[in-house]
Design a protein around this ligand. Structure first.
Ligand SMILES: *[C@@H]1O[C@H](CO)[C@@H](O)[C@H](O)[C@H]1NC(C)=O
Ligand SMILES: [Zn+2]
Length: 373
């Protein structure tokens, strides 16, 4: 465990990464997603459970759902698109559009280029084949989990940053921001190759690497400003086990595993106590690390030096890339537990102990209107 301590310590010394575990009371205040993950009527999940192949009306409808959610429920989050287009093995000479959506919340006093961020990431596109494929674990459910995390932390971030401002702490401490990245074009159109896969992620990493912050910034580019890239994929089937893939971010994995264990012991999770999702907190330096074995949206970010925490089960769930990866095959207690675990991890990362409100007091989601993209 020497590596993890060293990495953690360097993080603290550079001022980039803070992490403070939540008290039991704050862990109990992690909001329950309730009916919002219902596959038929759930406000967060149901609208994503439709085919959403890049450039199709389904893709636009799901993107509209995300935009409406942030605009109506989380107006403090700054929305931006990063668009690109590319030919694909199926498109002939036509360019297929890829639209990534990024929702960012920074401390109100933060200056461009001076704030590092926790990035929570999932892809929202679905595979073109087999026709009608829904991709519930791949990755509709992970997108809904991230929406839940964002809204569960929003009020606490407001309170914490207001307290820091009124205490005059904003110059002493570098508070970080948080970012939800919903990526397009993860799936291959034909066969997974370097050119036919992760279209959105490749374009975003390249663009952010080349977008320079003002001179004298702490972070050279928006890519450098990512303190940790947490990628959720294939989550929502029962009894997942997610390994710790990378030695360099094992300390973060261990923190998430500890949050899971504490939520379980406080009886805040619905899945059976023995069905632990994160079983490798005590992995040793000399154990077998699978990092690099699974290609996914993190690749172009990792290649540019970004720290990655990859939350993907190994082995993959049985429904992977089959028609059966639909709403009916989700294990909803597992989906809800993941949402809470990821929210707790993000709350610890953002140091929100004491700022979360008891779940009952959370405002219900307002009715969403349709807006055109
Ligand atoms: C990117 O795509 C979105 C969604 O279609 C659109 O609203 C936006 O205007 C586009 N942005 C740019 C810069 O083209
Ligand atoms: Zn897939």
């Amino acid at each position: 465990m020497i590596i993890s301590r060293v990495v953690g310590l360097l993080g603290l010394l550079s001022g980039a990464v803070a992490y403070k575990t939540l008290s039991d009371d704050s862990l109990r205040d992690i909001a329950d997603p309730g009916d919002d993950f219902d596959i038929k009527n759930g406000a967060l999940l149901a609208p994503i459970l439709q085919p959403r192949v890049p450039g199709t009306p389904g893709s636009t409808a799901v993107l509209t759902h995300f935009v409406n959610f942030f605009q109506k429920s989380l107006p403090e989050w700054e929305l931006s698109f990063q668009n690109s287009s590319s030919k694909t093995p199926l498109s002939g000479n036509d360019e297929v559009p890829f639209r990534n959506l990024i929702a960012t919340r920074d401390p109100p006093w933060a200056q461009q280029g001076h704030v590092g961020r926790l990035a929570l990431v999932a892809h929202y596109d679905s595979k073109i084949d087999p026709p009608g494929f829904i991709g519930a674990i791949d990755s509709a459910a992970p997108c809904a989990m991230l929406m839940h995390a964002a809204r569960s932390l929003d009020a606490a971030l407001t309170k914490k940053w207001a307290a820091m401002e009124s205490d005059g702490e904003t110059e002493l401490e570098e508070a970080g921001g948080i970012q939800i990245i919903l990526l397009d074009g993860e799936e291959a159109f034909k066969v997974w190759t370097h050119d036919d896969s992760i279209y959105g992620a490749r374009s975003l990493a390249e663009e952010w690497e080349q977008t320079m912050h003002p001179a004298a910034s702490t972070y050279r580019t928006p890519l450098d400003a990512i303190d940790l890239f947490v990628l959720l994929d294939l989550l929502g089937s029962a009894k997942p086990t997610v390994p710790s893939f990378f030695r360099t971010t094992h300390w973060a994995y261990s923190n998430m595993a500890a949050a899971e264990a504490r939520l379980r012991s406080l009886k805040q999770l619905e899945t059976a106590p023995a069905d632990v999702f994160l079983r490798e907190a005590n992995k040793k330096e000399t154990d077998r690390w699978l990092g690099g074995a699974i290609e996914d949206d993190h690749i172009p970010f990792q290649a540019r030096g970004v720290d990655i925490l990859h939350m993907i089960p190994a082995p993959f769930p049985a429904v992977w890339h089959k028609m059966t990866d639909d709403g009916e095959h989700l294990d909803i207690p597992t989906v809800k537990d993941w949402a809470k675990i990821v929210t707790a991890f993000a709350a610890e990362w953002m140091e929100l102990d004491g700022y979360l409100s008891p779940p009952k007091k959370r405002n219900a989601m307002p009715e969403l209107d349709r807006t055109e993209l």
